[in-house]
Design a protein around this ligand. Structure first.
Ligand code: NAI
Length: 481
């Protein structure tokens, strides 16, 4: 393989869009085309309202997509999948791999049908050699399946080389992560063809990533490394959350615990923030996938270990909900409850697996009237997420309203529940933050704040008359000595 000049990416989602925008910006001489089955998604990528919200994304997309005096136009979004595949020398597959909902492994294993569909398409269409790069997170040994299909269906004389190149970006910081990644991982077969393909892909990254951060290894290690990374990250969150339950029962403070243990260089301070639980499209799905793979490999103890990481996360959400109900005197009937934040974390509009969804469901089942405010999530997205509610009797719109204004959401409420750590909800700094004093004056009394993200200064809120309950801390009702 020579130098890569044309790249195709199948899947214009949270991964495909941002990664290709940065790749195009950093490789002005390479043409990058992102394709998708969804016409509306492609239309949005070609418009001034991108389909996803991510700080810094617009600048990356606009520069490469629209070109300018100092740079060519080299980023394209299209639904012409066949053409983009055939023109490219290298094809990223970054389609979704959600948890299976039916059949064997339902609720646990990964659904690789979208990956297989994309691979079959590549095999059918390609008239020249291709490097096919697995960017989606997949069960270990998926590349083997891909090789087999490509070989069986591909045109005679066309050679396909499959690489694994998992993506480690985190939503909310995707552009920062892509511009300065901790590492780039490239897995290949260790024969000549494989190593040459890996080198060609490494060349693309080397335009902006220091060489020592581009790691190459065997295919299966690379595939498993992505699942391992997410499992370990999720495990840290579940560990600190499990400890938060001990804190609440004893008067210890989880933020102090995290600080104390995080200063140990073997433990480190990151990913030790206690919360209502992790969300997002990846952690739960990938941990369950690892558990299911372990089960299929006849390693039930390993499967049970990883399953417990997800179990603690569910427990944490449930515990928080029960605490809310208990503090509100065991009845929520017709009480207004303001939910601040609906996305699964700050700086993204993504709501997949957001803790807000299941918590609001449980509160609606108690008869609460919920008003939701989120600075980024589209109202239509909120409605489509809560449509699936089990808790509501009759139309959910009887119980839920979506507000564009945080003060409107809180007006007359008995309680505020902070579920996303958006900066504007914090009262620790004044600038561009919401005015908690104003909120205090408009609420029903006693006024509660349940902080599922530990971002408020509870002392200051208590001075304003709030009763404050944080994760892993003694609440306002505790004797503090
Ligand atoms: P997404 O759901 O946002 O995007 C996937 C896109 O692929 C969709 O627009 C869908 O229409 C398209 N698609 C599906 N099948 C197709 C086909 N056969 N041909 C053309 N287009 C097709 O998913 P997202 O979040 O971008 O994730 C993609 C993969 O990356 C998943 O495997 C995920 O686990 C992994 N990943 C996700 C991260 C995240 O933060 N969202 C981070 C790291 C990895």
């Amino acid at each position: 393989h020579g130098r890569i000049t044309k790249i195709c990416c199948i899947g214009a989602g949270y991964v495909g869009g941002p990664t290709c925008a940065v790749t195009a910006n950093k490789n002005p001489d390479v043409s990058v085309t992102v394709v998708d089955l969804s016409e509306s998604r492609i239309a949005a990528w070609n418009s001034s309202t991108l389909p996803i919200y991510e700080p810094g994304l617009w600048e990356q997309v606009q520069g490469a997509r629209d070109g300018g005096a100092d740079r060519p136009q080299n980023l394209f979004f299209s639904t012409d999948i066949d053409k983009a595949i055939d023109e490219a020398e290298l094809i990223f597959v970054s389609v979704n791999t959600p948890t299976k909902t039916m059949g064997a492994g339902a609720g646990l294993g990964s659904d690789t049908s979208y990956v297989e569909m994309a691979i079959r398409k590549i095999a059918q269409v390609a008239t020249s050699d291709k490097i096919v790069v697995e960017k989606s997170t997949v069960p270990v040994r998926t590349a083997e399946t891909m090789r087999e299909i490509l070989k069986a269906i591909g045109k005679p004389g066309v050679h396909f080389e499959v690489l694994s190149n998992p993506e480690f970006l985190a939503e909310g910081t995707a552009i920062r992560d892509l511009l300065a990644p901790d590492r780039i991982l490239i897995g290949s077969l260790l024969n000549d063809h494989g190593l040459q393909a890996a080198a060609a892909l490494a060349e693309v990254y080397a335009r902006w990533v220091p060489r020592e951060r581009i790691i190459t290894m065997n295919l299966w290690s690379s595939e498993l490394a992505k699942l391992a990374a997410n499992a370990l990250l999720a495990q840290r969150i579940s560990s600190i959350n499990a400890l938060s339950a001990v804190c609440e029962a004893t008067g210890a403070d989880i933020d102090e615990i995290a600080f104390a243990v995080g200063t140990d260089s073997r433990i480190g301070p990151k990913m030790l923030k206690a919360s209502v639980g992790f969300g997002g499209s990846c952690f739960k799905k990938d941990v369950l996938s690892l558990a299911y793979i372990s089960e299929c490999l006849h390693l039930p103890e390993v499967a049970a270990y990883w399953q417990s990481v997800v179990d603690i996360n569910e427990y944490q959400k449930d515990r928080f909900t029960k605490r809310i109900i208990r503090c509100l005197y065991n009845t929520l009937n017709n009480k207004k409850v303001a939910v601040l934040g609906f996305s699964y974390k700050k700086d993204t509009g993504d709501t997949r697996e957001s803790a807000a969804i299941s918590i609001i469901d449980a509160l609606v089942a108690e008869g609460a009237k919920i008003s939701i405010y989120d600075p980024q999530v589209l109202e239509s997205q909120i409605w489509s997420d809560i449509e699936k509610f089990k808790g509501a009797r009759g139309d959910v719109k009887q119980y839920v309203t979506v507000c564009k204004d945080v003060y409107k959401a809180c007006e007359g409420a008995h309680a505020i529940i902070v579920l996303t750590e958006w900066d504007e909800f914090s009262n620790k700094q004044i600038r561009k933050r919401m005015d908690w004093q104003r909120v205090a004056e408009s609420m029903d009394r006693p006024s509660f704040v349940f902080d599922g993200r530990n971002i408020v200064d509870a002392g200051k809120l208590e001075e304003m008359g709030f009763r404050v309950e944080c994760i892993g801390k003694p609440g306002s009702g505790w004797f503090k000595g």
